[in-house]
Design a protein around this ligand. Structure first.
Ligand code: ATM
Length: 233
C-alpha cells in the first residue's frame, strides 16, 4: 500500500498554481478523488480492492491509497496513533491525523490529481470529523477548521459511506483475531457517536455522499459502489 512520489511532485503543483492562480484543489484538478468512509469493520478495504479490480478489468487505472498513511511520514504517524500503548490527548490526536493528511495531500494527492489520475482513498477528512469531532467530542466545526488548513481545502468528488450498525461492525472487527488498536479501544458510545456523525455529514452533502448498505454481501456492495461513481469515470 505504501506509495511514494519523487520531489518533483510538489513542483508540478507549484507550477500549476502559478499558471492557474488557484488555491483550492477541486477548482482546477483534472483528476478525481473518491473517498471511502465508515466505521471500522464496515468493509472499506474489501470494497477498495473490489473497485480497483473491477475498474482494471475495464481498463481504468486507479491509484489506491489509505489514511492515515500511504507516504512515509504519514505511515509513521499511523503507527503512533494506532499504538495501544501511546498516551495521546484528543486534540493531539486530531492534529496528528491532520498532519498525516497534510503530508499526503502535498506529497501524493495534489500531484496525482494535477496529472489527471483517478484516486481512491480509504478515509479522508470525514473520518476526522466523525472520530475526533463527534467521537472524541472536539466538535465538527473545530476539526473541520484544522483540516481546512491541512488540506488547503481539497475535497473529494464523491464519498462512498459504508453504513453498518456499530455493534455489527465491532463484531466483525473483533473476529479479525488482531488485538484492538488504540482507537478500537473506544466504548460502544464512542462508535455510536461516530456512526451518527457520518449519517449527519451524508445528509448535509447529498451530492457528494452515497450511502451504501454494508450489511449485504460484498459483491452487492461493490455493484452499488460502481454505480455510485460511474459518472466520474
Ligand atoms: P484503519 O485504516 O484500520 O481504518 O485505521 C485507522 C484508524 O484511525 C481507524 N480506527 N478505528 N477504529 C479510524 C481512525 N481515524 C481517525 O480516528 N481519524 C482520522 O482522521 C482517520 C483517517 C482515521
Amino acid at each position: 500500500m505504501a506509495f511514494q512520489l519523487g520531489e518533483h511532485g510538489s513542483s508540478i503543483v507549484t507550477a500549476a498554481r502559478r499558471a492557474f492562480g488557484y488555491r483550492r484543489g477541486p477548482a482546477m484538478t483534472r483528476g478525481r478523488l473518491i473517498t471511502i468512509e465508515g466505521v471500522d469493520g464496515a468493509g472499506k478495504s474489501t470494497l477498495a480492492a473490489g473497485i480497483v479490480t473491477a475498474l482494471a478489468s475495464r481498463g481504468i487505472e486507479v491509484t489506491s491509497l489509505r489514511e492515515p498513511g500511504s507516504v512515509q511520514t504519514a505511515e509513521r504517524i499511523r503507527a503512533l496513533v494506532k499504538d495501544p500503548g501511546a498516551r495521546i490527548a484528543a486534540r493531539s490526536e486530531a492534529l496528528l491525523y491532520a498532519a498525516a493528511r497534510a503530508q499526503l495531500v502535498q506529497e501524493a494527492l495534489e500531484p496525482l490529481l494535477v496529472r489527471g489520475r483517478l484516486v481512491l482513498l480509504d478515509r479522508f477528512v470525514d473520518s476526522s470529523l466523525a472520530y475526533q469531532g463527534a467521537g472524541r467530542r472536539l466538535g465538527i466545526a473545530a476539526v473541520r477548521a484544522v483540516n481546512e488548513f491541512a488540506t488547503g481545502g481539497l475535497a473529494p468528488d464523491r464519498t462512498l459511506l459504508l453504513v453498518l450498525d456499530p455493534a455489527t461492525a465491532r463484531a466483525r472487527s473483533a473476529s479479525r483475531d488482531l488485538p484492538p488498536d488504540r482507537l478500537e479501544q473506544g466504548g460502544d458510545e464512542f462508535f455510536e457517536r461516530i456512526a451518527a456523525a457520518y449519517d449527519q455529514l451524508a445528509a448535509s452533502e447529498p451530492d457528494r455522499f452515497r450511502r451504501l448498505d454494508a450489511s449485504r454481501r460484498p459483491d452487492l456492495v461493490l455493484a452499488d459502489a460502481l454505480a455510485a461513481i460511474d459518472d466520474l469515470l
